[in-house]
Design a protein around this ligand. Sequence first.
Ligand SMILES: Cc1cc2nc3c(=O)[nH]c(=O)nc-3n(C[C@H](O)[C@H](O)[C@H](O)COP(=O)(O)O)c2cc1C
Length: 206
Amino acid sequence: MSEYITVEAAALSTPEAYRLLIGCVTPRPIAWITTVDAAGAVNAAPFSSFNYVAHSPPMLAVNIGTRDGALKDTARNIVATGEFTVNAATEANMELMHQCSAEYAPGESEAAALGIALLPGVAVRAPRIACSPIHMECRLERAVPLGRGLNTLYIGEIVAFHLSPDVYDGRQVDSVKLRPVARLGGPYYAGLGEIFNRPALAKPPK
Ligand SMILES: Cc1cc2nc3c(=O)[nH]c(=O)nc-3n(C[C@H](O)[C@H](O)[C@H](O)COP(=O)(O)O)c2cc1C
C-alpha cells in the first residue's frame, strides 16, 4: 500500500474538519426529523450525523450544528418541546427529504410549503411523515454540548415505533424492501449495494 497522508486534526479549519469527517464517516443513515414549534408549525429536516446509541431503552442520537451562531429550527423545537420524531429516508422519499434541507425561515413549515402529507403523533406532538415507512417517536433524554460550541448531541429515547407492513413482518424490518438512502461525502446519496450475509459469531472463529 502507498504511503498515507497524515493530517493533524488540530491544524484543520472548521470547514476542512467537516469535509474530512463527512468523507471518512460514510455511508451515514439519515434521520428525517419532524418537530413542532410553539405555534404548532411543523418543521421537517434531514440529519445524517445520526445513529442509534442504546437499546435498553432504545435511544437515538443526532448532532445538530448551529447556523450563523443560532440554533437550527429542529434543535430549537427539540429543546422547547422535549420531543421529536425520526422518519426513515428511502429512495421513494429522497427528493422530498432533500428539499427539506433548504433554509426555511423560522416558523415557516417545510411540511406546508412542500405539501408533505402528515400523520398525527401518537406518543408525542411531532407528526409523522406519511411517505416514510418507519417513524420513531422520541422524548429528549438529554442534550450534550460538544467541543467549541458549534455542535450539540440530542439524545432521544424512542417511546413508539410505527412500522409499515410494507417493510415489517411483525418481527424484523426488511432492508431490501425499505430501500434506505444514506449520505456520503459531498452532495451524494447512496442506496443499498450488494448485501453480504455473515451469521453473528458468538466466539472467535477457530
Ligand atoms: C442529507 C443531509 C444530512 C444533513 N445532516 C445534518 C446534520 O447531521 N447536522 C446538521 O446540523 N445539519 C445537517 N444537514 C443540514 C440541515 O438539514 C439543514 O441545515 C436544515 O436547513 C436544517 O433545518 P431546520 O433549520 O429546519 O432544522 C443535513 C442536510 C442534508 C441534505
